[in-house]
Design a protein around this ligand. Structure first.
Ligand code: ADP
Length: 430
């Protein structure tokens, strides 16, 4: 507002001064012309032999110069005519000799004055020139300067006060809304702020739920770590007591080993999840063939499947995606391991890779299936349909959470279809 006020003041001062000075200059010229014609009509200068003393009636603020045809100055009411130069070269005089009248302005850059000349040809062939000094545009401007300055200051002060008041009026309702950002009943004060408010509110809710999720996760992690550790401590205490025979000791050592391994699995998965939380998409992404990666992964899982007497099938075609190899390996391993883990003796697992605009990975099994009610929740951290089955087969409850995370990092989608007792099909689309 202050800037606009300053610009407005400067522009109006410049234009008003220019217009005013134009009018003023015209007035000065007209006055000179009228004076010259009056003097001509008064016939004072018709007779070349006029007694020059008679001419002293002329007013002093109007300079009058009388010039002969050859440019010699006959008379000047403000100077001594004999001392003056020949005036035949003056533009207004030349013009008057040629056209009957002529005018000129001589601008002085240093003095705050301009001199205006008007020359008129008399009937006897001489030229009468009148001239006057008038203030130039700068002097007028400088005279007006103090007033302009005071007015400008007042306007600037006024605009500062006004802009403060306006800012306060605009910001106050926003601040009020910000204080109550959670309260959706409080509407944004301006409709222009609706998208902004909605965005802030949804982000706010996201932040809160993320915080809640972290809290839940920490609680879950502590609980999950506690169970095997409690078991380990229990077994070691029993071993310490020396009351266990050789057979019993062997069993306890095995249990300790099993629980320690479980702890390792859990910690590995937790580390993976936290790495995924912080991983940067572009850093480690490359163009890769989904087909070859999957087929390499499956080779390693074959033993696993054979141990459980499960048939592992694979079909597909070259399909190129931009992704992180080790994350894709992790994803395939988790999905196929689940298909093996939650299967029946002699069951089947099929893996397919499809190329196309959006390459696809499908992992299908004819295992135990997932009840409809649990299907939505299996991607949550530590969610397990059957806790003991998961634990016994080396599950941590984090596998599908990791899978979902990896899919998100790859800008993909994951779809789960399952029927209890018939099997499960998971499709990842890149
Ligand atoms: P877990 O380590 O327990 O396998 P996941 O996150 O991988 O954890 O899976 C969550 C739960 O989803 C599992 O505990 C299991 O109950 C169920 N689930 C996952 N995959 C399958 C599948 N292919 N068939 C049946 N149930 C499955």
């Amino acid at each position: 507002m202050v800037l606009i006020a300053i610009i407005a003041i400067v522009v109006s001062v410049i234009s008003v001064t220019a217009v005013y000075y134009g009018l003023f200059e015209n007035q000065v010229r007209n006055d000179l012309a009228v004076n010259a014609r009056l003097l001509k009509d008064a016939d004072l200068f018709e007779d070349l032999n006029t007694d020059l003393k008679e001419l002293e009636i002329l007013p002093e603020d109007l300079r009058v110069t009388w010039i002969k045809e050859d440019g010699e100055v006959l008379y000047d009411n403000t100077a001594n005519a004999e001392d003056m130069d020949n005036h035949s070269e003056r533009p207004e005089v030349i013009e008057a000799f040629n056209n009957g009248e002529g005018e000129a302005v001589r601008r002085s850059t240093t003095l705050n004055q301009n001199t205006f000349y008007y020359a008129i040809l008399l009937d006897n062939g001489t030229v009468l020139r009148v001239s006057t000094d008038a203030r130039n545009i700068w002097s007028i401007f400088f005279q007006a300067a103090p007033v302009i300055l005071i007015v400008s200051l007042l306007i600037i002060i006024f605009s500062i006060v006004l802009s403060r008041m306006l800012t306060r009026d605009i910001v106050e309702p926003i601040e009020k809304m910000v204080e109550n950002i959670d309260d959706t009943r409080i509407e944004p004060p301006y409709k222009e702020l609706v998208p902004f408010t909605n965005k802030i509110r949804s982000q706010h809710t996201e932040i809160l739920s993320a915080a809640k999720m972290r809290q839940d996760f920490t609680a879950n992690v502590s609980h999950e770590l506690k169970t095997p550790l409690t078991a380990i401590t229990g077994y070691t205490e029993l071993l310490e007591s020396d009351m266990v025979d050789k057979e019993g000791r062997k069993h306890f050592y095995q249990e300790i080993k099993k629980n320690a391994n479980r702890l390792l699995l859990l910690i590995n998965d937790i580390i993976k999840l936290s790495e995924l939380d912080h991983s940067n998409r572009d850093e480690s992404f490359e163009k890769m063939n989904l087909y070859t990666t999957v087929s390499e992964c499956l080779e390693e899982l074959t033993v696993n499947a054979q141990n459980r007497n499960i048939e592992l099938g694979f079909t597909g075609e070259d399909a190129y995606i931009t992704g992180n190899r080790s994350l894709i390996v992790e994803l395939v391993e988790n999905l196929v391991q689940n298909a093996i883990r939650y299967n029946n003796e002699g069951g089947k697992v099929w893996v397919e890779v499809h190329e196309g605009d959006k390459p696809k990975l499908i992992v299908r099994d004819n295992g135990i299936g997932i009840p409809e009610a649990d299907q939505k929740r299996v991607f949550e951290r530590f969610y397990r349909v059957d806790k003991s089955r998961s634990r016994e087969s080396g599950g941590t409850g984090l596998g599908l959470a990791i899978v979902k995370h990896i899919v998100e990092i790859h800008d993909g989608t994951i779809e789960l279809k399952s029927e209890l007792g018939k099997g499960t099909e998971i499709t990842v689309t890149f």
